[in-house]
Design a protein around this ligand. Structure first.
Ligand code: PRP
Length: 187
């Protein structure tokens, strides 16, 4: 049991809860993609911890690649989703599974789907560690979902606020004072 960070209001999902959920996702993906040429495309950078756990819960051969989309400044979405890193290898013939840490407005997922469409992939599905439906501005189809979270700033397990808190092993709700009065954050 890790100590609660002073900037965290409460733990939404503990390490144990996350581990159990990710294993269940891995099982579902293993079942659905058996016999298919699977390519996991992770969205940097927030998904790096989720990806590391998820890939070890998938009992199939699979390839990995990365993309990055820039859409945020501070706590507010700018609404601009620009591809800043593209795949290293061609996805032709692959069954692609997009791996996201959180789907909020849905802009990132829409941008990624758009960027991969017409590139010869056999199928495209999405796996999100978190779904935050309250923020949605685009329809976003999520085929595998870890948890649904309410409105509020969530951090940890790869998710940041201004590049901090990514290394918290749990998913926590950030105290309002941290983003309302940034100078007063602890640590
Ligand atoms: C976050 C998160 C998702 C995206 C989802 O990325 O990692 O990729 O926003 O938001 P959306 O559904 O509103 O588009 P961010 O741009 O903060 O970068 P990061 O992954 O490097 O933290």
């Amino acid at each position: 049991m890790s100590t609660l960070h002073p900037d965290i209001e409460k733990v939404l999902f503990s390490e144990t809860e996350i581990r159990r959920r990710v294993i269940a996702l891995g099982r579902a993906i293993t079942r659905d993609f058996r016999g298919k040429d699977l390519l996991l495309v992770a969205v940097l950078r927030g998904s790096f911890i989720f990806l590391a756990d998820l890939v070890r819960a998938i009992q199939l051969p699979c390839a990995l690649d990365f993309m990055a989309v820039s859409s945020y400044a501070g706590s507010e979405s700018t609404g601009i989703a620009r591809v800043t890193l593209d795949l290293k290898k061609s996805p032709v013939g692959k069954h692609v599974l997009l791996v996201e840490d959180v789907v909020d407005t849905g802009l990132t997922l829409a941008r990624l789907r758009g960027a991969l469409k017409g590139r010869g992939v056999r199928s495209m599905k999405a796996c999100a560690f978190l779904d935050k439906p309250s923020g949605r501005r685009r329809v976003a189809r999520i085929d595998y979902r870890g948890f649904t979270v309410p409105d509020g700033f969530v951090v940890g397990y790869g998710l940041d606020y201004n590049e901090r808190y990514r290394n918290l092993p749990y998913l926590g709700l950030l105290k309002r004072r941290v983003f309302e009065h940034p100078g007063k954050a602890d640590l």
